[in-house]
Design a binder for this molecule. Structure first.
Ligand SMILES: [Fe+2]
Length: 344
């Protein structure tokens, strides 16, 4: 029964009935585009089924989350980039073989599913900033969303082990690159580039990666993009065996190791676009003052503009107009964000 429904969905019309229709959704403009594209096509029962397709809905929610979490858009770039990413990812999810692989991955490991979506969004933003054509972006997107698909062939015990892996277990995990290549390489419905990305996303620029220990420009260019996105999202995620790193540590990792492990052109583009503290994040500054992030400075992911509402003793300001003041951390290098807090 499940299979019948899945099969029906896979052959359904691409977002004929948009999942996101609220004006506040970043997908709003995409919905409008797709509606225009679908005008004249009869509404069919399959489009209604799409609403119940949990994997597809979850994937699209995760795309929005990743966009909101990792990027701060000014009005000039927002619409173009979000529209492009939305169209490409909708296209990927409408590819029967890509969607089926992703659904299987979700069944095995929710974390890897979410991570794959994040890596896809991050890789596409980097690719867009590097001025790749839509055709190339589609290849990057396919490889990014399927980069860990080889984990389908890793035993669940190893994949979900809540502690540090033994050397043998780590050797087995490393094989997900080769398994991924094997799964994708003969699939005529998926770009062969995706197979190379799955194979090479753990290669490192200095030759210290795996499975082949390739160096520098011998590593597929798109795999070098996915490598940065992959490591970034992994470091920014809580795992059972370790907490996510502090944003400062993550950016330092990339800026200090960038030219050793990664393609520095990719790292530069990435640091230029990514943010670590989305608007609305409650933070405590090194001065002890508490406030909320109100905007970000492009190229300075650790230094947003913060609206300060409480002093170091947690007393609300009364002396400022509106009872707050704003500090642009990009202009105040001696003040930095100490930590994120749940309550403002
Ligand atoms: Fe991987």
């Amino acid at each position: 029964m499940e299979n019948v429904k899945l099969e029906k969905n896979l052959t359904g019309t691409k977002l004929a009935n948009p999942v996101f229709s609220q004006k506040h959704s970043p997908y709003y403009s995409i919905d409008m585009e797709l509606k225009k594209g679908c005008a004249g096509k009869s509404a069919n029962i399959e489009s209604v089924d799409l609403l119940f397709d949990e994997t597809r809905i979850e994937a699209q929610l995760l795309v929005m989350n990743a966009l909101n979490k990792y990027f701060d858009w000014n009005s000039a770039t927002k619409d173009n980039i979000i529209l492009t990413i939305g169209k490409i990812i909708d296209g990927l999810l409408s590819n029967r073989d890509i969607f089926q692989n992703l659904s299987e991955l979700k069944n095995v490991d929710d974390y890897t599913f979410e991570h794959s979506i994040n890596v896809c969004v991050l890789s596409l933003v980097i690719g867009i900033c590097m001025d790749y054509s839509i055709d190339k972006l589609e290849e990057i997107g396919a490889g990014a969303i399927l980069h860990d698909i080889g984990k389908l062939r890793i035993s669940r015990e190893i994949l979900k082990k809540p502690s540090i892996l033994t050397d043998d277990e780590f050797d087995e995990i490393k094989k997900h690159t080769i398994y991924g290549y094997q799964i994708l390489k003969d699939n005529s419905n998926i770009s062969p580039v995706a197979a190379y990305i799955a194979l090479s996303h753990h290669e490192r620029y200095d030759g210290s990666g795996y499975p082949m220990g390739l160096e520098g420009d011998n590593i597929n260019k798109f795999a070098r993009i996915v490598a940065v996105a992959d490591v970034f999202d992994a470091l920014f995620s809580d795992r059972v065996y370790r907490k996510k790193l502090h944003p400062r540590e993550i950016i330092e990792y990339f800026t200090k190791t960038g030219s050793h492990y990664f393609d520095s052109e990719v790292v530069d583009k990435f640091v230029e676009m990514v943010i670590m503290y989305p608007t609305g994040t409650n933070v405590v500054l090194s001065t002890g003052e508490r406030g909320v992030v109100v905007s970000n400075n492009r190229g300075f992911p650790l230094s947003p503009v913060v609206r300060i509402k409480c002093d170091g003793n947690n007393n609300k300001f009364k002396r400022f107009y509106n009872n707050y003041y704003e500090i642009n951390l990009a202009d105040n290098s001696d003040v930095f964000i100490d930590k994120v807090c749940d309550i403002g």
